[in-house]
Design a protein around this ligand. Structure first.
Ligand code: SAH
Length: 275
């Protein structure tokens, strides 16, 4: 492999194992979609398998210009299919993509931001197959009562069924990273989630920022703490609440808030300023 291609600032750890690459791509279900967006194709180990089926539309988003020209030459990808951009700044609406899966061996430094970006556009993204640092993959797929259960677990699992697929050893990458990796799948839930994303995010973050406290105390930040008769689990801690209970809690806060979202915004600004 040529030295030219390895850049630490872009978190580049290239997968070398063809069988693992094939296995990752084969997890795409293509149920109700035929477009895939690959984040950070790198030297194209997943790309080659994504391009096999001529009926699938594949787009690529890569931040490294040098890799873009390499990939264009290697796979003869047309200019409109390979996007030179930071995924975190990419808006699928710009190219009128409204139903696509995401796949990638993601840059680990920005794992959380990538997940939040997926959540931002979840209405367009029915599925995601992705490789993360093992510890992050565990957190995303964790359940209540476990140490690893936290903000990411609840927010992702509100919208997606999250499944830990398999662990990937360090030695199958070049260069060899310090951490183990794991592949997970996210499949969007069929049911509609009747709660405001903004309020949910803030409620979950507030509860987990003080995860040792009972909800009735940690949620004091909101002017409208729900009534006990409506939400009987206010004596529990964030880590003891299921995803469903978080949704229920959010709805109750929403009802109390009415149209007064500014209260939530104000509280959060003041919370941030205190830190
Ligand atoms: N998929 C390849 C490369 C994984 S390394 C493989 O499996 O071998 C991570 C890749 O993400 C690199 O190609 C890196 O240049 C790219 N990348 C890093 N940050 C990015 C960002 N913000 N947006 C898009 N691509 C990014």
């Amino acid at each position: 492999m040529h030295k030219l291609f390895f850049k630490k600032k872009f978190d580049q750890y290239f997968l070398k194992d063809q069988n693992i690459a094939k296995k990752i791509v084969n997890h795409l279900s293509f149920e109700n979609y035929n477009t895939v967006v690959e984040v950070g194709p790198g030297l194209g180990i997943l790309t080659q398998y994504l391009l096999i089926n001529p009926y699938h539309h594949v787009f690529f988003i890569e931040i490294d210009k040098q890799l873009i020209s390499f990939l264009k030459k290697k796979f003869l990808i047309s200019n409109n299919k390979i996007i030179h951009n930071d995924f975190l700044k990419w808006n699928p609406e710009e190219i009128k993509l409204h139903n696509f899966a995401i796949i990638g061996n993601f840059p680990y430094k920005i794992s959380s931001q990538i997940l939040f970006h997926i959540l931002k556009y979840n209405q367009y993204i029915p599925e995601c197959i992705g490789m993360f640092q093992k510890e992050v993959a565990k957190r995303i797929t964790s359940h209540k009562g476990k140490k690893t259960y936290g903000i990411l677990s609840v927010l992702i699992q509100t919208f997606y069924d999250a499944k830990y697929l398999f662990t990937v050893k360090k030695k199958v990458f070049f260069p060899v990273p310090n951490v183990e990796s794991a592949v997970i799948s996210l499949k969007r839930k069929n049911e509609t989630i009747y709660c405001d994303k903004n309020v949910l995010f803030k409620c979950v973050k507030t509860a987990f920022n003080q995860r040792r406290k009972k909800l009735k105390n940690s949620l004091q930040l909101f002017k409208y703490v729900p009534n006990f008769n409506k939400i009987p689990f206010l004596n529990k801690r964030a880590e003891e609440l299921s995803v469903k209970e978080f949704i229920q809690l959010t709805r109750e806060i929403e009802i109390k808030l009415g149209n007064d979202y500014s209260i939530i915004e104000r509280k959060f600004v003041s919370q941030r300023n205190k830190k």
